[in-house]
Design a protein around this ligand. Structure first.
Ligand code: FE2
Ligand code: FE2
Length: 199
């Protein structure tokens, strides 16, 4: 049996056999899978049946995104890789355990916004190939509604609980953590993939 190639972001250097684009697809794949995992946790906490329906579609799309990146890796002639210490692992560690459902929703919005920003930035890259652009456009379209509904639901839940400011406060707190994590991560990516991949 073969062993999956591994990219350890903490080590900050990339096996020369792995093209930078394929490493990037692997980071996206890893983040989508962890994102889906976060939504699985949410499933257990949302009582509202409409929210359950939205969340089910949302979860289906995140796993589809992970597949789209997997398929893009395959089309590039590579196999799925193990990514150690990616964005979601780092933010999970830095943010600590969310205190309640409002925190969990706020964290979800912040990580989705980060994914959206990364995809949008990638779309603006010069010399972007048509295949990758197509995948990026598909995932970007979904991320926009994910952010909208989770944010709305988080605000509503916080208001119903008599603490309307709690959601925005939690978002602000997680955004600080996200910025710290992203700064470190982008420095690592620059080291590994070169300037063009983390502007
Ligand atoms: Fe996604
Ligand atoms: Fe999403």
């Amino acid at each position: 049996m073969a062993t999956a190639q591994k990219i350890d972001i903490e080590e900050g250097h990339l096996d020369p056999a792995i093209p930078p684009d394929v490493a990037m697809f692997s980071f996206y794949r890893n983040a989508e899978q962890h994102g889906a995992n976060l939504l699985f946790r949410l499933l257990k906490h949302l009582d509202d049946p409409d929210a359950q329906a939205m969340l089910s579609q949302h979860l289906a799309e995140e796993t589809q995104h992970a597949w789209l990146w997997t398929d893009r890796i395959l089309r590039a002639g590579f196999k799925p890789m193990i990514v150690a210490d990616g964005y979601q692992t780092r933010i999970g560690r830095a943010a600590g355990i969310p205190r309640d459902i409002v925190d969990l929703l706020a964290l979800t919005v912040v990580v989705e916004q980060r994914a959206l920003r990364r995809y949008q930035r990638h779309l603006r890259r010069p010399n972007l190939d048509a295949d990758t652009a197509e995948v990026l456009r598909t995932v970007t379209k979904d991320e926009a509604w994910h952010i909208d509904w989770i944010r709305k639901h988080g605000r509503q839940l916080a208001t119903e609980r008599g603490t309307p400011e709690r959601f925005e406060e939690a978002m602000k707190r997680f955004r600080v953590v996200d910025e710290e994590v992203t700064a470190v991560l982008e420095a690592k990516e620059r080291e590994m993939l070169g300037e063009a991949y983390a502007d």
